[in-house]
Design a protein around this ligand. Structure first.
Ligand SMILES: Cc1cc2nc3c(=O)[nH]c(=O)nc-3n(C[C@H](O)[C@H](O)[C@H](O)COP(=O)(O)O)c2cc1C
Length: 381
């Protein structure tokens, strides 16, 4: 496969016309809803509180408009980007999503394989259904990053990071907006916790340091200990410092919305920032990610990559945040719904379509590459 997707690579050819897979986000979401139990679908779809921020994430994109350039010879379109000394063929990554077995039995394995096909890095969650080693084996040779939820017993965190490093993962994403679980009304109503039901223990039941802390190794003790470890309100900047010392991989912080926190992250030697509100699942009422992005890009001023997360549904959404200065873009719920609606093939098809949409949007905006995209005028109304 080429190292970037050019305008003459006809990505859309991979569409399997016999098995129609829905095109739009709304159709994929509705197919997923039909394929899943009500509590499981609702776990993925819902946000915290009254879902003010879920709505803000969606609505805010509409305030930003692109002013396209024309007659710019678009025959050499190049979607590649460079981050941490590596070239990635697209400016996309799959956001860390735990408990993926909820959507499909093959969970992370299916998603990692589909992502590998399009050379989109897969960010594996700490609370994934399968272990780091299982995923590494299922999609060997592809780009994978590891997302860390800090453990109260921090030796567990350090060991998971070590395992990711040994398995060839390329970066560590420390999620910092989940020191406790958001107040998710729908899940409380359904009394539904996929973690407590054993959907997210792949990395724990395979971790010798975690297992060594248990009095006895049975599923109830494992689940209880995961929940005890993962709720860690004491997390602070000193932990970031300690993590830095324990790995040579780049460290990104996921969940930054305040420019001062972005600057502080740089002071603490962090290698990248992910502007995110966790898809509105953590603190309801917070600013949409796209509204938070420009100020953070401004203060960071190119010192480290700024990645964008929360609300990406279509190619044009990715184009807008790249034009606002993001270095790359995380896709969340759309790939999870694709997994529920069509398994591994569903995620493949979604990615093929998304890339086609992004390419088309770049061409029609008159930008040949991501660097030019960052000069594209975009106005907020
Ligand atoms: C079902 C589900 C599970 C998630 N699990 C994690 C996780 O384990 N770790 C993490 O950092 N973020 C997790 N997230 C948040 C995503 O990484 C991402 O921030 C969010 O989906 C972005 O919002 P969007 O999907 O609306 O674009 C999860 C999101 C969903 C929908």
């Amino acid at each position: 496969m080429s190292s970037s997707f050019k305008s003459n690579d006809n990505i859309v050819q991979s569409i399997n016309t016999e098995d129609y897979f829905p095109i739009s986000f709304e159709e994929i979401e509705s197919a997923a809803k039909q394929a899943m139990s009500a509590p499981a679908f609702s776990y993925i779809a819902s946000g915290a509180g009254g879902e003010e921020t879920v709505k803000k994430n969606a609505d805010a994109f509409k305030k930003y408009s692109v002013i396209p350039r024309v007659l710019n010879d678009m025959s050499n379109l190049d979607t590649s980007i460079t981050m941490f000394g590596r070239t990635y063929p697209t400016p996309l990554l799959l956001a860390p999503v735990g408990v993926l077995k909820l959507a499909d039995e093959q969970g992370d394995l299916a998603v990692a394989r589909a992502a590998a096909k399009y050379q989109v890095p897969f960010i594996q969650s700490t609370v994934s259904s399968y272990s780091i080693e299982d995923v590494a084996q299922a999609a060997s040779g592809s780009s994978k990053w590891f997302q860390l939820y800090w453990s109260k017993n921090e030796e567990i965190s350090f060991n998971m990071v070590k395992r990711a490093e040994e398995a060839g993962y390329e970066a560590i994403v420390l999620t910092i907006d989940t020191i406790t679980l958001g107040y998710r009304e729908a899940d409380l109503r359904h009394r539904f916790s996929p973690l407590a039901q054993g959907f997210g223990q792949g990395n724990y039941e395979s971790d010798p340091v975690f297992l060594s802390t248990l009095d006895k190794v049975d599923s109830q003790t494992i689940l209880q200990s995961i929940i005890t470890n993962i709720n860690y309100p004491a997390l602070n900047w000193e932990h970031v410092k300690r993590l830095k010392k324990r790995t040579s991989l780049p460290i990104l912080l996921k969940g930054i919305l305040h420019p001062k926190d972005a600057l502080r992250a740089i002071e603490y030697g962090v290698d990248g920032i992910i502007v995110s509100n966790h898809g509105g699942r953590q603190l309801d009422g917070v600013i949409s990610s796209i509204d938070a992005l420009p100020e953070i890009v401004k203060v960071v001023d190119g010192q480290v990559p700024v990645l964008f997360d929360s609300g990406i549904r279509r190619g044009i959404d990715a184009l807008k945040v790249l034009a606002l200065g993001a270095d790359s873009v995380l896709i969340g719920r759309p790939f999870v719904y694709s997994l529920a609606a069509g398994g591994e093939k569903g995620v493949e098809q979604f990615l093929a379509n998304f890339l086609q949409d992004l390419q088309t949007s770049m061409m029609l905006s008159g930008v040949n590459n991501v660097k030019e995209l960052r000069q594209l005028p975009i106005v907020r109304m």
